[in-house]
Design a protein around this ligand. Sequence first.
Ligand code: 3HC
Length: 657
Amino acid sequence: MDGVRVITLDNPPVNALSLAYCAKLLAAVEAAERDAAVEAVVVSGANGLFSAGADVNDFRNELPADAITIRDVIAAVERSGKPYVAAIDGNCLGGGLELALACDYRVASARAKLGLPEIKLGLLPGAGGTQRLPRLIGARAALEFMLKGSSVTARRALELGILDEAVDGDALERALALAATAPAKRRLSTREAFIGDDIPLQAGPYVLAQAHAMAPPEERGGLAAHKLIDAVQAAVELPFAFGLGREARLFDQLVRSEPSLALRHVFFAERELPKVDGIDLSRAAANAVKSAGVVGAGTMGSGIAIAFAQAGIPVVVVDTDDDAVDRARQTVMGMFMYQVQKGRLTQEEAWQRAQSIAFTDDWSRLGEADVIVEAVFEDLDVKRDVFRKLDGVAKTAAVLATNTSTLDVDKMAEVTKRPDRVLGLHFFVPANIMPLLEVVRGNKTSQESLATAFRLGKALRKKAVLSGNAFGFIGNRMIFDYLGEATALAEEGVAPARVDAVMKGFGFPMGPFAMSDLSGLDVGAAIAKARGGSSARTDVLEQLVARRRLGQKTMAGYFKYDKSVGKGREPIPDPEVETMFADAARRAGIAPRDVSDDEIRDRLLRALVERGRRLLEEGVALRPGDVDIVYVYGYGFPPYRGGPMWYAQEVGALSHA
Ligand code: 3HC
């Protein structure tokens, strides 16, 4: 179109606004400014998206003095006398959205996803976002949007007032048409920030104080949130230029902070996961999983079936026990109805998803499945029988997976004629919610089967981590040592409630003893037996199991539970258990000691780290980052501490152990 210049963000794969790319972009903005024939500018993106924002790799180093950043590009757009229209398609995140906010108009397609996810990296929007958004949609809505950090659809962004138009067709086409009308400049920098429609400016301090009160404490993952709120306070109280300066200083503090370094480590570690033997499994040849099978309708089997259904993959669940099937049907319906209540699904969607799970006792119905996961009783002979049967009914190309948490995958593969298509898919309870998936490689598992498992992991929105075929794989192998150390502390006279309180203080959602109670003490005892004995010096666990104190499910384990306290899930310290530990320790000749909180924390973390190091040496885990992902996504390790391996190495901690 005459007079309209298009600047296309094109820096594959995600149009990150790296320092090198910003230099080019600035040149393009300046060229458009100089060219008298250009009357308006449209900014759009190539590669199926607008931009994923700043290049996170650039944050690793000190900024060179002559570096050109997004801030310079945005300042040039702001200075320009020509109107800018952003044409947004696909992801428009972080610095990408901040660039769009500096444009005078924003038009997006139905595919667009807009967000300021900096907080998830322990940062704040540092290219004017904290100053422009409160001027566009009000401080209260801006805070909510930035503190959450999630992306929204174009329709939602329009409702919020972030967009001028959300179009069904092509955003670029519409942006070009708009630019051709020579619309007026609308610099946000010249506007006043406001709190919200119908909220007077005087309510500002209250809104900010409330946001501070709701954010986690600074030392418990809330540092970026508090700084972000401070930046918005600057938007409300200071002239634009001063606010920008304040934002930049706060951003610089965060970029160097330990929580942000840890969260950025987690971000990159996650993207390394599919890279195995020098190949990116997420791009390697794989089977498409269009339908799935599950054997066993217990808790695990139904959870896995729901996970498939949620990903739009129809699934056949085989079980011959009518009672188990009835319970599973109820679990499935209950789960989808709950999502309707929460407003996450419509009645119709819930119905459709529930319909995509078929229960049957007829094994031959597994014939169409591309992947079949067995989730039957944890017994090798039972599982080997299942694999023999599956080998007979499944199509040749199908991948057969076991959901075992401790057994040898090769012993199952060897009873089939397709050991190359057998692997472990270790889901975590509840399987439809927990984001971790350990993919276990047997000694004959083919690369294609692994690639299929990784693709499936992505479809199920899980973090798939490769593990070698060793007892307990990565996560549980480490947790055994961790729980063993917790027991050792209790044997030395530290009350279980104190051990748990220290680990909650570190940032875990629950301590080791509450965790044991949740998974069941009988389960723990059975695993210890399978492993060839427990590391404990006393028999307290066996005594508890013998007394039917099996954990939360029997309302007593290491702790007591009471229906009227936290719906029966809140651990209540039990002096009886402390006495059991004291008596058993006396018999075993273990003297009680004074143990500091730091020692409790460091000994437990060291147990994780030392086992993690050994798993790396043995090749069970590929990279320290893989171990960290397992712990962050599977076991509640605080992400702002980066995972056990990162914590031990970067923070140089654990000196008290
Ligand atoms: N910087 C550097 N690299 C990035 C990146 C970024 N912002 N975003 C993605 N990448 C890289 C990934 O590392 C990956 O590289 P690899 O192929 O070498 O492993 C590649 O791009 C593809 O990424 P994904 O595998 O994640 O691709 P998806 O299609 O699954 O997801 C995405 C795309 C939704 C854009 C996702 O990558 C994402 O969420 N990225 C981060 C977005 C973000 O946090 N932006 C804010 C940055 S901070 C900022 O802008 C500061 C500013 O306020 C000053």
